[in-house]
Design a protein around this ligand. Structure first.
Ligand code: GCU
Ligand code: CA
Length: 389
């Protein structure tokens, strides 16, 4: 059966005027990442952290502070003169994730993700004994680390590695020297649990290249809770001559907690359409088709969604844009524009679909979510809206 564009348009119009049949939303509970900590160094300074261990043995007052904000980054200085309370090692570290209303507690059974960028100058070298630049630990003294990111010499080669400490499980490792003197991106995920119920994922990227993306199972819980640390904590036992005055920079620090969220898929072809038609001539869509809005500013698709609770939701629009330029649209929730001139970049073909996400607050109960073409090109072709909350 072939249905013309005009007939489909009429069908949609008729369905819209008739008593609405309940749309059958595809809903599923799925894990989602909830942003819990995103300190702006310039605004909050070292209050971003639960505790600061800046020369805690007061070994080098002339070098204080060793930890401070520099531009958009946190800076950790280490001088060869610095000594920790155990004098065979050095430590300039911060712990935890502090928000204005208190610090985060990472508990057993939970999964956390931390992302950040780091700058390791060539003066901060890998050593034959330990140099940790990040750890997770149980707070308090007397326990070993749970996981460590370390700069270690392996067969004379400088490397950066991540390990589950107690079992000495190597999660991943790559050469350090190519990463010196540039910003690199780290991603760390910990599922907190005893024995085989724990796991760690460690990802390291430089520019657009993923150098390590590895996951290992292992014991990630000692007791109480897990707390991250960053900075420089290293042994003076190095035999490679690598200890010198150095520093470490960290920026764009984020912590996310995994939560159960409900994803609801709302097909565009079941939504209210103004100046557009349902079509199915470009493959790859979900449901019965997609909406092709008229190429005119003001054309829109409006979805209805019933939210269980008020609060932030991730709104993801699946779309295709087979033209060579961006299509722009305004996203409004309950009549209020939450993203103006949201761009939908070219996807390469009308059969190539991509996603665009916005986080916006929903009201408890009924909500309208409307995407309105902002320019004469109209909207991109719209497949569905997914609401994750
Ligand atoms: C083509 C394409 C449509 C699209 C339209 C547009 O006609 O087949 O699916 O909607 O371009 O430029 O918006
Ligand atoms: Ca169109």
């Amino acid at each position: 059966m072939s249905v013309t564009r005009r007939q489909l348009g009429a069908l949609v119009g008729a369905a819209f005027l008739a008593p609405a049949l309940p749309a059958r939303p595809a809903s599923a509970a799925a894990p989602a990442w909830k942003l819990m900590w995103a300190p702006d160094p310039a605004a909050v300074g070292l209050r971003a952290f639960e505790t600061i261990e800046d020369d805690r043995a007061d070994s080098h007052p002339a070098g204080q502070p060793h930890i401070y904000v520099e531009g958009d980054a946190f800076r950790f200085n280490m001088h060869t003169a610095d000594r920790d309370t155990s004098t065979d090692r050095q430590r300039q570290e911060v712990t935890g994730n502090r928000n204005p209303d208190g610090y985060l507690r990472w508990l057993t059974g939970e999964t956390w993700r931390v992302t950040y960028s780091m700058y390791i100058p060539s003066s901060l070298k890998a050593t034959t004994t330990f140099t940790h630049i990040s750890q997770t630990k149980m707070p308090g003294t007397g326990t070993s680390p749970i996981t460590v990111t370390s700069l270690r010499r392996v067969n004379g080669v400088q490397t950066i590695e991540h390990k589950i400490f107690e079992s000495d499980t190597l999660v991943g490792r790559t050469e350090l020297e190519p990463l010196h003197d540039k910003w690199i991106d780290a991603e760390y995920e910990i599922k907190i649990g005893d024995g085989g119920s724990g796991s760690v994922r460690w990802v390291l990227r430089s520019g657009g290249t993923t150098l390590v993306d590895a996951t290992k199972t292992g014991d990630t819980f000692l007791g109480d809770r897990v707390r991250p640390k960053w900075g420089i904590y290293r042994s003076l036992g190095d035999t490679s001559g690598s200890l010198q005055n150095c520093y470490l920079l960290l920026r764009n620090m984020r912590a996310y907690k995994q939560v159960q969220a409900t994803a609801t898929r709302l097909e565009a072809e079941s939504a209210t359409i103004s100046q557009g038609v349902v079509e199915s001539n470009h493959a790859g869509f979900s449901g019965a088709g997609f909406v092709n809005t008229d190429n005119v500013a003001g054309a829109y698709v409006e979805w209805r969604h019933t939210a269980a609770a008020a609060g932030p939701a991730t709104l993801t629009v699946r779309y295709a844009n087979g033209t060579g330029s961006d299509r722009l649209a305004d996203l409004a929730v309950n009549g209020r524009v939450v993203a103006s001139g949201l761009s939908f970049p070219a996807t390469g073909a009308w059969t190539t679909w991509a996603s665009r996400s916005v986080v916006a607050d929903l009201a408890a109960g009924a909500n309208t979510i409307r995407l309105t073409a902002a320019t004469a090109g109209g909207c991109p072709n719209l497949d569905y809206l997914e609401v994750v909350q």
